[in-house]
Ligand binder design. Structure first.
Ligand code: SAH
Length: 249
């Protein structure tokens, strides 16, 4: 079951259509699709909303509208209000990262809500009173208040990444076994000698350095083959160079 389907984003009286569109995009980027708007304004620029939603227009059209926050979250268990300000009972605020596992636990069986306030006045105290949790996004004292859609993005992102919905692609190539690694190191040793990169006294020291560098990350079979190809080619060039020197004598 997809927990993200149980997360509703609620915007309370948003002012700018552009922000509403950007919110739709931010939600879509993070696999969240349930959008509710409380008391949409008659002055909303819906053209701007459509423009900024980009490929999330369907999401914008599918929004639900309510006349009060209480109605918008009536079916939600956890209701997380977001605020940049301290005071009220905001002192016990969670960061989005701290809140994510708590919210997702409830989203296993219930609808939950993330509630965002007006661009100018935020959420009123009576609206925060309806919330079971407060989320405050850590930000610099220089300017603590984020753009509405940025705040939505961060909260949705934490829910998305904590839910495990995104699996980063893993290295698919096989890791190189010792036998292949050692054949590669032998070729590099020969290459360093034949190209006169190092002299005998320094060779072991240089080989240890190389081992340290190559073992810093996971060395795969294709990695080894590239490194071996480079060494073989260098050996061939060194051989040609030797022959030229002989011919010139
Ligand atoms: N001047 C308003 C700012 C509102 S910004 C105020 O002081 O409340 C619009 C909305 O974005 C806020 O209501 C909140 O939902 C969200 N938001 C902005 N910055 C935030 C932050 N640092 N932490 C949590 N939510 C934030």
């Amino acid at each position: 079951m997809n927990l993200l389907n149980n997360i509703r984003v609620v915007l309370v009286e948003p002012i700018f259509g552009g922000n509403i569109g950007s919110v739709c995009r931010a939600m879509n980027n993070n696999g969240i699709t349930d959008l509710a708007i409380v008391k949409p304004r008659s002055t909303t620029d819906w053209d701007d909303a459509r423009k900024l939603s980009c490929n999330a227009k369907a999401q914008l059209e599918a929004r639900k509208e309510f006349q009060s926050l209480e109605e918008a979250v009536a079916d939600c268990t956890v209701v997380a209000g977001t605020s940049a300000r301290t005071g009220f009972y905001r002192d016990t605020a969670y960061s989005p990262k701290e809140f994510a596992p708590l919210g997702l636990e409830s989203a296993k069986d219930h609808k939950i809500a993330l509630v965002f306030g007006r661009e100018d006045k935020g959420l009123f105290n009576e609206e925060l009173a309806l919330c079971t949790h407060i989320i405050q996004i850590p930000s610099s004292e220089l300017y603590t208040s984020l753009n509405l859609s940025h705040a939505v993005y961060l909260c949705c992102y934490e829910m998305f990444s904590t839910s495990g919905a995104f699996q980063p692609s893993e290295e698919s190539a096989d890791e190189a076994p010792t036998e292949l690694r050692e054949r590669m190191f032998d070729l590099w040793r020969d290459m360093m000698v034949e190209t006169e990169f190092v002299h005998d006294q320094k060779l072991d020291h240089m080989m240890m350095g190389l081992r340290r560098i190559f073992n810093r990350g996971k060395l795969t079979v294709p990695d080894c083959k590239i490194l071996m190809g480079l060494a073989k080619q260098s050996l061939w060039v060194a051989d040609q160079w030797e022959k030229e020197k002989e011919n010139r004598k």
